[in-house]
Design a protein around this ligand. Structure first.
Ligand SMILES: [Zn+2]
Length: 318
């Protein structure tokens, strides 16, 4: 009997160490995903070294497992008495294990695929490509974009930082997110970006941009979509329009930004090559000093992201 209890405790202890290890292993893997580009290396490195230090300072992860097993094996057999010591510990297990499980279940339940294109890239490519499938008209592969008049931040930097926030928020809600780019140093044309979304068989394609114009007073948000007369993707117009309106409304409600409206645009190759409902969000004017500053404000970005997410949720609900 005592032996059995001893074995039980042993199993408990082993089970716990196993659990704790997986939990510790899980948390860091999730966190870097969320914050890779926003907050760089400093935040992640201390976490990793912290996990290793308590168990065995010099060792690597591989050395930890064999070292731990003999110790635990040896202790339980003689020490059958410490029943009380083992009882409080199990309380620690259900808490961490319970939290991650529901998140995963939700994630699988409403899994839609969302492709996000952070507009532009570090260096524009002024080569040409057809504006739509079968078109003779050619357009620039990918332009360099606008720039903040006050912050001097280039549009491609804003679109990437912002898109990564949007990616993380959507992923946290259980959506599968596909990014056309996750760094600045790429050379991907607007057609190639649409092909990323097509290849992923995304349910919707969200293109992120910021506006620029020769008038510093102009500000506000607009969302572009293909018209019902678009020569290439007319069949996507109705759904794209519905998505554009939902996203615009929610973004403006979340931020209080000026609502410039949804706008039909049939001259955008990145839109015309898409095979799913597609919108291009002009999140604000970088040529307006106040809006330029706001676009760089993490709190304002969070509100914008929240608006887009709510708009997407609304779109999928209908
Ligand atoms: Zn742009």
């Amino acid at each position: 009997m005592k032996r059995k209890i001893g074995l039980l405790i042993l199993c408990c202890l082993l089970g716990m160490t196993g659990c704790n290890q997986t939990i510790e292993g899980n948390i860091p893997t999730v966190t870097p995903f969320t914050e890779v580009t926003d907050v760089p290396t400093p935040t992640e490195e201390p976490e990793i070294s912290a996990t290793l230090t308590p168990t065995e300072v010099p060792g690597e992860t591989a050395i930890l497992t064999p070292a731990a097993t003999p110790e635990t094996m040896a202790t339980p057999e003689p020490t059958i008495t410490p029943m009380p010591t083992s009882t409080p510990k199990p309380t620690a297990i259900p808490e961490p294990t319970a939290t991650p499980v529901p998140t995963v279940t939700v994630a699988v339940a409403n899994r839609k695929i969302i492709a996000i294109d952070p507009g532009h890239q570090a260096k524009g490519n002024y080569g040409k490509e057809p504006v739509g499938p079968g078109a003779t008209e050619q357009k620039t592969k990918v332009s360099s974009g606008t720039q903040g008049v006050f912050t001097k931040v280039p549009e491609h930097v804003f679109t990437l930082e912002f898109s990564l926030r949007l990616r993380d928020e959507l992923a946290a809600m259980g959506y599968e997110v596909v990014m056309t780019r996750e760094t600045a140093e790429v050379d991907i044309s607007n057609i190639e970006r649409a092909e990323v979304a097509n290849h992923a068989e995304a349910d919707i394609y969200i293109r992120i941009h910021a506006d620029g114009i020769d008038n510093e007073a102009v500000n506000g948000i607009s969302v572009l979509y293909p018209s019902e007369n678009n020569p290439y993707v007319a069949e996507l117009s109705a759904d794209s329009k519905r998505l554009a309106q939902a996203v615009l409304d929610e973004m403006c409600e979340a931020t209080g930004a000026k609502k410039r409206g949804i706008i039909k645009r049939d001259d955008l190759s990145g839109t015309n090559w898409a095979k799913m409902p597609v919108i291009l969000i002009e999140a604000g004017f970088m040529t307006n000093a106040e809006e330029d500053r706001k676009l760089q404000d993490p709190e304002y970005q969070t509100k914008l992201v929240q608006g887009i997410v709510e708009g997407i949720e609304e779109y999928f609900k209908e």
